[in-house]
Design a protein around this ligand. Structure first.
Ligand SMILES: Cc1ncc(COP(=O)(O)O)c(C=O)c1O
Length: 371
């Protein structure tokens, strides 16, 4: 099945066994495999430095906690944020299932918003309008396709409205800066730009919140008893070994992705991509087909080129969230921007192992439909 594609959509760019071996040897020597071992601690410090260096505030103001995935990071973040029971959390309907899943699994209610037509994100302006229209207890914007959110604007929204903001930046590691007042979660899944296999990060300036979140990853144990109901969402030392190794080679990973992106931009023109594609390397690359998404996807699949329809259908159409509240536009339309994007966007093959010829093949196949 896997080999049916001549050109695959996603191919992870992870460290080789040889790259990881020195870190695994350290694990062998220590015989320490989980429960906040030296590799996890070193990885957290390294990631804090790496992510903090992109942020306007000193790195020392931030704390980084590792998790078994971004999903468990989001769930635990919501648990430690002391929201009222059944809080109404505004989130875009255009996102991966885990965003709303974390809201539901922590007993809260997703309230689905439309997105901005220019950024494809839930913006502070949309959140302000939503808060005027309905009761909102918190907001969870998503750094869609790995393009970063405007953290200064979200910090201003939080300060002005008093509505707390939690960011799902699963695919945006390397692009998303962090504001100390707004907790951000990242994914380290193999298919993400900074892949380790499975893993997640929480980065925040709120040290107490970070330490409580860390305790919850380990059954909330304090002195051998559970202070509250915790779970097991820890990162294993072996995953941190991959992470430390990936941190060393991440500049090269990004260079390879940047080269592929450059070929795509010269084949299609910047106007076919998200407007921030000239400044950031996205996690996944969505082509704007001007309403021909289905035809372009069909032509690519006939040519054995794998595409993905990220993130369609939107979450309000998933059975799990069918009963969630959905905000309508002023003229009564249901998520009109997302429904327009559904006819336009298609996820192209985007990974470090695409050759210039592969990209030409993708472009020619698309252009047969687009022209
Ligand atoms: C927007 C978004 N949120 C959350 C997740 C979940 O990340 P993980 O697989 O690390 O749990 C993903 C993964 O694709 C995602 O794209």
């Amino acid at each position: 099945m896997l080999d049916q594609w001549k050109i695959k959509c996603l191919v992870p760019d992870l460290p080789s066994a040889e790259d990881v071996l020195p870190f695994l040897r350290r694990m062998d020597n220590e015989r320490w495999y989980s429960n906040f071992g030296p590799l996890v601690r070193e990885f957290e410090a390294g990631m804090c430095h790496f992510i903090g260096a992109m942020s306007p505030r000193p790195v020392e103001t931030l704390t980084t906690v590792t998790f078994s995935s971004a999903t468990t990071a989001l769930e635990i973040l919501l648990r430690v944020s002391d929201l009222p029971a059944k809080a109404r959390i505004l989130t875009p309907a255009l996102t991966f299932s885990a965003t709303a899943g974390a809201i539901r699994l922590t007993g809260h209610q997703p309230v689905f918003s439309d997105v901005d037509p220019a950024t494809w994100d839930l913006t502070p302006a949309l959140a302000r309008a939503a808060a005027e229209q309905t009761k909102i207890d918190a907001v969870m914007p998503v750094a869609i396709y790995g393009y970063p959110l405007d953290m200064a604007a979200w910090a201003a929204f939080q300060a002005e409205t008093g509505i707390p903001v939690f960011v799902d930046a699963a695919a945006a590691l390397g692009n998303q800066e962090v504001h100390p007042d707004i907790p951000v979660c990242f994914s380290l899944h193999a298919t993400k730009p900074f892949g380790v296999g499975e893993g997640g990060l929480l980065v925040t300036g709120q040290r107490d919140l970070a330490e409580r979140a860390r305790r919850l990853t380990n059954f909330a144990f304090v002195d051998g008893t559970s202070r509250e109901v915790g779970t097991n969402a820890k990162m294993a030392e072996a995953m941190a070994a991959y992470g430390l190794s990936q941190l060393i080679r991440f500049t090269d990973v990004q260079e390879r992705r940047k080269t592929v992106l450059r070929h795509y931009i010269s084949a299609f023109g910047l106007e076919r991509f998200h407007p921030a594609t000239n400044r950031y390397i996205p996690g996944t690359l969505l082509l704007d087909t001007s309403g021909k998404a289905l035809e372009v996807a069909a032509a690519l699949e006939v040519a054995a080129i794998q595409v993905r329809k990220w993130y369609f259908p939107p979450l309000d159409e998933h059975a799990a969230y069918a009963d969630a509240d959905v905000l309508h536009s002023r003229d009564g339309a249901r998520l009109p921007v997302i429904h327009d994007l559904k006819t336009r966007l298609i996820g192209l093959p985007f990974h470090a192992f695409l050759s210039e010829d592969d990209i030409q093949t993708v472009a020619k196949t698309c252009q047969n439909v687009l022209s």
